[in-house]
Design a protein around this ligand. Structure first.
Ligand code: SF4
Length: 288
């Protein structure tokens, strides 16, 4: 039998994906994403509440110390979440890509002495795995011949305040707004504001939750004019809650609101809110 192989198919060794993943987690533990640092500077400039200004000064000092003295930004160094976008013209070589990522996360957390926060069983044993593995890996196949790695170290103070609700279509835009703002109001000061708020609208139960977390990775506002407007209106409403940085009041309860949306069923309007603290550690790399 004749077999045909595309000998031009791009090969990428999973070791390269693992090495880059290790590097990214080692970086985000100590360095705010640039867009978050910019947002903190801007919010500080616009703040008039003196207690909130003091908090912003402390956050900026903490960020400086983290970089200069190589001390993690926060003691909760998060659960490792990885999004892999694999080009359909790529042939992954060198072993199992999931194993490569789990091992990379383990190396990064132990090598940098970052806190290990993962337990092996959620309900009974709850034994610490000691190296912050396993990671949570979301994989998607995309056009092209590159592999994009996006990582997030998600603290659970904020994860615990996230929520999902299956709204009815009749609840519409107002229902979404009410749910998002109410979720932030309920989080109060507990998840280290000012927040970055990821919102997923549409899809189904689980894809909506994933969208809301993936929204936190986005560096630019929504391109769609209606959803762009929704992001602005949600941010304005949230910032009227007067929770403020670390709960001391002020204009900045959230730095950003990022909305992702997807087609859904005629009978439903899923909406998920993933709350992220001001640290919002994430980074991206492309393997070519
Ligand atoms: S919510 Fe964020 S800032 Fe607060 S303890 Fe967790 S990781 Fe640290």
């Amino acid at each position: 039998m004749d077999l045909w192989y595309d000998i031009d198919m791009k090969e990428i060794d999973v070791k390269r994906i693992g090495d880059k993943t290790e590097e990214l987690f080692g970086r985000i533990a100590y360095r705010y994403p640039e867009m978050i640092m910019d947002a903190i500077h801007q919010a500080h400039q616009e703040e008039t509440n003196s207690r909130a200004c003091n908090v912003f000064s402390m956050l900026k000092e903490n960020a400086r110390i983290a970089v200069e003295e190589h001390i993690p930004i926060c003691q909760d160094t998060g659960m490792a979440v990885v999004w892999l976008s694999i080009g359909q013209d790529v042939h992954l070589t060198g072993g199992d890509v999931n194993t490569a990522i789990h091992e990379a996360v383990g190396r990064s957390y132990t090598g940098n002495a970052l806190r290990a926060s993962v337990v092996d069983d959620p309900l009974y044993a709850r034994k610490n795995t000691k190296n912050n593995t396993p990671a949570l890996i979301h994989t998607r196949i995309v056009p092209g011949d590159t592999v994009t790695i996006e990582v997030m170290a998600k603290g659970f103070g904020s994860e615990n305040k996230s929520q999902l609700k299956m709204l009815t279509p009749a609840m519409g835009v107002e229902g979404v707004k009410e749910f998002v703002v109410e979720t932030v109001r309920k989080a109060g000061p507990d998840a280290c504001p000012p927040y970055v708020v990821g919102v997923g609208i549409g899809g189904d139960f689980e894809s909506c939750a994933e969208m809301s977390k993936r929204a936190l990775l986005r560096e630019e506002p929504q391109e769609d004019p209606q959803y762009n407007q929704l992001e602005k209106e949600l941010l304005e409403s949230i910032n009227q809650l007067n929770i403020g940085p670390m709960g001391y009041g002020g204009k900045a309860t959230a730095l950003k609101v990022m909305v992702e949306y997807a087609p859904t069923h005629i009978a439903g309007l899923p909406c998920a809110v993933n709350i992220c603290c001001h640290v919002c550690r994430h980074a991206k790399a492309v393997i070519e």
